[in-house]
Design a protein around this ligand. Structure first.
Ligand SMILES: [Zn+2]
Length: 262
């Protein structure tokens, strides 16, 4: 099943509506989604044409029904800073690897092998939501712990996390010393490639960290192929193809509050 062929070529859909690897209604008027390459590259930092990226982002906003320009993207630096999307004085593009909101600001996180994590909890005045970019560095340094801490500081209870497509433990080869260092900090990342060399299972690490924090973990599967970014060419993988850009994880509100926040 890991090697099921894509049902359609991403190129054919590129000029049309954005294409999602998976999306779902998660209650409280909140939806979560992960794009695939059918939505095109959504990152401004990969050398792609900036106007084309902006128009893809605008198409994505129209598609999910949020106001143009309202979707918050981050300047991701493999750190552990968590942006407060509710602050009036926040930069348009915060430098952070996670973001949280208690007012329904639509959030995006870009990935191409790292794990996109979307979080939703119940707050005192409606849903509290967040996104996090869990790559090797961020995962080991505690980006998930810091994001959950910030969500709970806003009153979030009953947190759940949706883990999106990422490179799997059978594909993510690393030097033995790197695996050793990682496993010492998050044992669940220990993995071996399908060809028998040291590897990391970032998703397994994220799953273990979130579970330890008392967060319910959901790992959606799509009928369009593997959730491994390296194996599924409909997904962006920096390792397979550095030019494949970035897919995104999204969390947004569909209720009246989201419209008020506009
Ligand atoms: Zn894989």
């Amino acid at each position: 099943p890991r090697h099921r062929r894509p049902r359609r070529r991403h190129d054919e859909a590129r000029q049309e509506d954005p294409v999602f690897w998976w999306q779902g209604d998660v209650g409280q008027g909140v939806r979560v989604a992960f794009t695939d390459r059918g939505a095109g590259n959504l990152a401004l930092h990969t050398g792609d044409d900036a106007d084309a990226v902006r128009s893809r982002r605008a198409a994505l906003e129209r598609s999910i029904g949020v106001p143009g320009g309202s979707l918050v993207f981050l300047e991701q630096v493999h750190g552990t800073d968590v942006a407060d999307a509710d602050r009036d004085d926040r930069p348009a593009v915060p430098t952070a690897d996670a973001a949280v909101t208690a007012t329904g600001v639509p959030l995006a996180v870009m990935v191409a092998d790292c794990v996109p994590v979307l979080l939703v909890g119940e707050g005192p005045r409606g849903p509290v939501t967040g996104v996090a970019h869990a790559g090797r560095r961020g995962l080991l340094d505690g980006v998930l712990e810091r994001t959950v801490e910030q969500l709970r500081a806003r009153g979030a209870r009953g947190l759940s996390a949706w883990l999106g497509p990422s490179i799997c433990g059978s594909c993510y080869e690393v030097p033995a010393a790197m695996r050793e260092e990682a496993v010492a900090r998050v044992p669940a990342v220990a993995a071996t490639t399908s060809w028998g060399t040291p590897a990391l299972d970032l998703r397994g690490g994220a799953r273990e960290r979130l579970s330890a924090l008392g967060v319910g973990v959901v790992e959606p599967t799509a009928d369009t192929g593997s959730s491994c970014t390296l194996e599924n060419e409909q997904l962006s993988s920096h390792r397979r193809d550095p030019g494949s850009g970035r897919i995104v994880g999204l969390v947004w509100g569909t209720g009246p509050r989201g419209e008020d926040a506009a």
